[in-house]
Design a protein around this ligand. Structure first.
Ligand code: HEM
Ligand code: HEM
Length: 194
């Protein structure tokens, strides 16, 4: 039911801001846990896992929504490189919004601790471990855990030091230098671009 509106639909906006808030909270939780004694860190990391799996589920919904609904066309004033960069960053985001939680899920599944501390989804149910990883023999499990941990850290770095700054700087450039109201495409109470 999409029209040629110049802004994203309410559903797309809600999902965008919910996922963005959970991702930023998750980075803050992981960084804070790093500085804390073990007992406090475990509590913070339990929330990190819950939020991370929530990002995975919400991002899958968002991807389906994105593929089944037209997004507002990019403004005609954008240069070719701006269009390409926006598309690359947006699709790379989708890759990481799904890939990052998957690698987190893999790294905790490849650990004997998953049997003692399962991933608790807001006290409602336990998110299962990835069977083939949780049932590896101990020597292989350690290697798998370390590999997925490295990939998780690497993807987190690409997100934190690459995509998020590019995305925010891009949004601010359009808003304040180009003055094309691009933020209004994604922020409901702002003026929509023409
Ligand atoms: C971790 C945080 C964030 C993630 C993962 C994220 C992800 C995304 C993605 C995937 C899109 C493309 C939507 C689509 O076409 O399907 C998008 C669009 C957008 N985001 Fe974000 N975003 C984040 C934070 C922010 C922040 C902090 C701002 C504001 C400064 C922002 C402003 C926008 C705007 C204005 C658009 C529309 C761009 C356009 O199509 O012209 N985002 N975001
Ligand atoms: C939105 C999704 C996620 C983001 C943005 C994220 C981000 C991060 C970051 C920034 C770190 C710290 C990396 C470092 O110290 O260099 C981290 C560590 C960790 N993450 Fe995630 N994560 C996400 C999802 C998950 C999920 C779904 C799980 C498990 C179910 C998970 C489990 C872990 C664990 C156990 C660590 C600590 C590993 C270690 O440093 O030894 N993460 N994550």
């Amino acid at each position: 039911m999409s029209t040629a509106s110049s802004r994203y639909s309410t559903v797309a906006m809600i999902l965008h801001w919910l996922i963005a808030a959970l991702i930023i909270a998750n980075v803050a939780l992981a960084w804070t846990a790093d500085e804390m004694p073990r007992s406090t860190a475990a509590g913070l990391m339990a929330w990190h896992k819950t939020f991370g799996i929530s990002v995975l589920l919400l991002s899958l919904v968002r991807l389906v929504w994105r593929l089944t609904h037209k997004s507002p066309p990019l403004g005609d004033h954008l240069k070719a490189w701006e269009r390409i960069l926006a598309r690359v960053v947006h699709w790379a985001f989708y890759g990481l919004m799904i890939g990052l939680p998957l690698t987190g899920w893999a790294l905790v599944s490849a650990s004997p601790l998953i049997k003692v501390y399962p991933i608790d989804m807001f006290g409602l149910f336990h998110w299962p471990a990835i069977g083939p990883l949780a049932n590896l023999p101990p020597d292989q499990m350690k290697g798998a855990h370390e590999t997925w941990e490295e990939v998780h850290h690497l993807l987190a770095k690409v997100l934190i030091y690459g995509l998020i700054p590019l995305h925010i700087l891009g949004a601010l450039k359009h808003q304040f230098l180009d003055k094309d109201n691009e933020l209004g495409r994604m922020i409901p109470f702002m003026k929509a671009p023409k």
